[in-house]
Design a protein around this ligand. Structure first.
Ligand SMILES: CC(C)(COP(=O)(O)OP(=O)(O)OC[C@H]1O[C@@H](n2cnc3c(N)ncnc32)[C@H](O)[C@@H]1OP(=O)(O)O)[C@@H](O)C(=O)NCCC(=O)NCCS
Length: 170
């Protein structure tokens, strides 16, 4: 399944993408804001990721712009018609609206093709860039999940919960 956005294409991952992932994934912001990413991040981690041996499910995509893999976006679908989205993009590609374009495309797919009735995402309270992405796409800020995530350095951090319902996509 390949999805087309305004400037992005979302397509399935393949083993050919492993070098592109390894080149950007150990960016300090990605590691800081996404506690589940292994560190150090090895070739075997990337291989397991692109082959979905880590249980993410079928709705995870490479974000491609002009034939370059620039990031990752995906959604886990839960019982009861809800999806949970997550994303990152390469440092050199930030600030150009790439992830909002990708998230809009993913959410349209979630509502129109998967029949979802709610899509949610969480960000760290201090991750203002990610919160801007959510707001640009029409997500509503719902509240704070206290002491929600355990980070690899032992910190427990709150999360901000955002959600998007059908008809709210902007
Ligand atoms: C959060 C992230 C996905 C945003 O993607 P993006 O494609 O850069 O999104 P945008 O271009 O819409 O920029 C969003 C905000 O980032 C900030 N920003 C702008 N340029 C930036 C840059 N070069 N570097 C970092 N942040 C920048 C701005 O606040 C911008 O909001 P604005 O357009 O209202 O000024 C990206 O910064 C990233 O991958 N961060 C690390 C991983 C991460 O935090 N993932 C989300 C976990 S919840």
């Amino acid at each position: 399944m390949t999805l087309r956005g305004e400037a992005v294409t979302l397509r399935p991952w393949s083993e050919e993408d492993i070098p592109a992932i390894l080149a950007v994934i150990e960016d300090p912001d990605i590691l800081h804001w996404i506690p589940l990413i292994p560190r150090p991040y090895t070739r075997e981690d990337a291989r397991a990721f692109v082959n979905d041996e880590i249980g993410l499910g079928p709705h995870h995509f490479a974000i491609v712009v002009e034939d370059r893999v620039v990031g990752s976006i995906g959604m886990q679908v839960n019982d009861g018609g809800t999806g949970h989205a997550g994303y990152w993009c390469a440092r050199s590609e930030r600030g150009r609206g790439i992830v909002p374009d990708a998230l809009r495309t993913l959410c349209r797919y979630g509502f129109d093709d998967l029949g979802l009735r709610r899509i949610e995402l969480i960000t760290d309270p201090d991750n203002h860039s990610s919160q801007r992405v959510a707001e640009k796409v029409g997500f509503q800020r719902e509240g704070v999940l206290r002491s929600h995530l355990l980070h690899p350095d032992g910190r427990r951090r709150d999360s901000v919960m955002f959600s998007l319902l059908p008809g709210e996509l902007t």
